[in-house]
Design a protein around this ligand. Structure first.
Ligand code: UD1
Length: 436
């Protein structure tokens, strides 16, 4: 993203496309890189994060970290790589106060709480923002840190936390929260003693974070399982590292959804099939054929998708972030598919927009019943959040005529050049700059 760009008014125009062909290279994951950036608070030195996506949330996290004292420089990826390199210098001069207007803009700002409390013994931060899926509480984050000795004053605007030195604790989550697991891990690596987290989340992005922390010298066992055992060390013994961000499985699935809806065969390079196991299995049930290789996955669309029933679950289940894509695909599939949302009951706001394209969707509580139609028809729509915005782009390519997608700034938060990547596959798609 160019500095100072104002993309609020931009639109994406997606016109009927297909079949798609060629290769798209997927960069690193938003949901990993933001946490890796936060982890650089823990130890002094110079870090390099490679394969980082060029997305607005990275810019916001960079501004947040700059405000608390880190120095951040972006470098274009060298030839043969995608995304960008993020160089972060931590000189040790950290002020644990995160400006309200920045913290309020991304969910991952909450990931500063663990490392800053662990490193500085205090934190003053706004309540996190991010996509609005309804209530997104952080009680598990705070309860876990309280078990480690922290105290919090929570007001309508923000959180002030204090701890002398955090103490290891036994923490049993009643739900495997991604953010709470990350926060507790980042606090525990510099706490005194051993912290055991049971029912921990085990998404590939958490594994990525734990792997980077381990390279820094942190002591973490059970990585990739639901029990993490963290033995704290003095932060001064940790070192800065170079780390490659894990591939974004949701961006990868977006290009699979595009070929599934538009027809054709596309190679999604760098997609890690192992991280997408359940999703690929459900996509296969819908009729998509996959060729898996160490370099990525090749997806071939069927003549028409077949409807399936899907429920979102914590990893290794089908992630809630895939759901808008699945609903878009079901909207043109043969038959009726029921999609059950188990993480964010309010995460169906894009259904109204898909309906404007002619999708036949009925919501009942946290279930969506999607009856496939023969064709979607282009119409003006608005992106309500990151993933839903991408789903509307993909649906627009499958619809007849043209679909104008507004509020593109949501998509920019998590997608690295979705327009350029889809166009390179032969899609008819452009972006109109409406910058004042
Ligand atoms: C992360 C991802 C988001 C993804 C989600 C689930 C980032 C920046 N965001 O969000 O894209 O959709 O994982 O895969 O990485 N909960 C509580 N109390 C808490 C914490 C969570 O009740 O203290 C609930 C939430 O309201 C939600 C569920 O637990 O219903 C899952 O939340 P969580 O796994 O924490 O998601 P995030 O880390 O916010």
């Amino acid at each position: 993203m160019s500095e100072g760009s104002n993309t609020v008014g931009d639109i994406i125009v997606a016109s009927h496309s297909g079949p798609l062909a060629g290769e798209v290279i997927v960069p690193g994951a938003k949901n990993s890189v933001l946490k890796l950036m936060a982890a650089t608070l823990l130890a002094d030195g110079r870090y390099l994060l490679t394969n980082a996506p060029v997305i607005v949330d990275v810019d916001i996290m960079a501004d947040l970290l700059t405000a608390v004292g880190l120095r951040i420089t972006f470098h274009p990826a060298p030839a043969g790589e995608v995304g960008q390199h993020i160089e972060i210098v931590n000189s040790g001069a950290i002020t644990p106060v995160a400006p309200f207007e920045l913290a309020d803009r991304i969910r991952a700002s909450v990931n500063l709480v663990g490392p800053l409390l662990g490193r500085c013994g205090e934190i003053d931060i706004a309540l996190p923002g991010g996509d609005d899926f309804g209530g997104r509480p952080i009680d598990m984050h705070l309860r876990g840190l309280e078990a480690m000795g922290a105290t919090f004053d929570v007001t309508a605007d923000g959180i002030i936390g204090r701890a002398s030195r955090l103490q290891g604790a036994d923490i049993d989550f009643d739900f495997p929260s991604v953010g709470a697991t990350e926060n507790i891990v980042m606090a525990a690596v510099v706490a005194s003693g051993v912290t055991t987290i049971r029912n921990a989340a085990r998404e590939p992005e958490i594994v990525d974070l734990c792997n980077m922390l381990r390279k820094m010298g942190c002591r973490i066992e059970g990585i990739g399982t639901s029990t993490l055992i963290v033995t704290g060390v003095e932060h001064a013994t940790l070192q800065s590292v170079t780390h490659e961000v894990v591939t974004d499985r949701v961006q990868a699935a977006t290009y699979v959804a595009a070929v599934a809806m538009c027809g054709g065969t596309v190679h999604v390079a760098r997609a890690v099939a192992e991280h997408m196991g359940m999703m690929l299995s459900r996509f296969t049930d819908m009729g998509i054929a996959f060729d898996i290789s160490p370099d990525g996955i090749t997806a071939t669309a069927p003549d028409r998708l077949t409807a399936i029933n899907v429920a979102t679950l914590p990893y290794p289940g089908v992630a809630t972030d895939y759901k808008p894509l699945i609903v878009a695909m079901l909207s043109v599939a043969q038959g009726v598919g029921i999609v059950t949302e188990n993480l964010y009951p309010g995460r169906f706001r894009y259904v109204e927009e898909l309906s404007k394209l002619g999708a036949d969707i009925t919501i009942d509580g946290h279930h969506a019943s999607v009856r496939g139609v023969e064709h979607l028809v282009g119409a003006p729509v608005v992106a309500p959040d990151i993933r839903a915005g991408a789903a509307l782009v993909v649906a627009g390519l499958a619809a007849s005529g043209s679909t104008e997608i507004g509020d593109v700034f949501h998509i920019d938060r998590g997608y690295d050049d979705i327009v350029g990547r889809l166009a390179s596959l032969g899609a008819s798609i452009t972006r109109k700059r409406l910058t004042a």
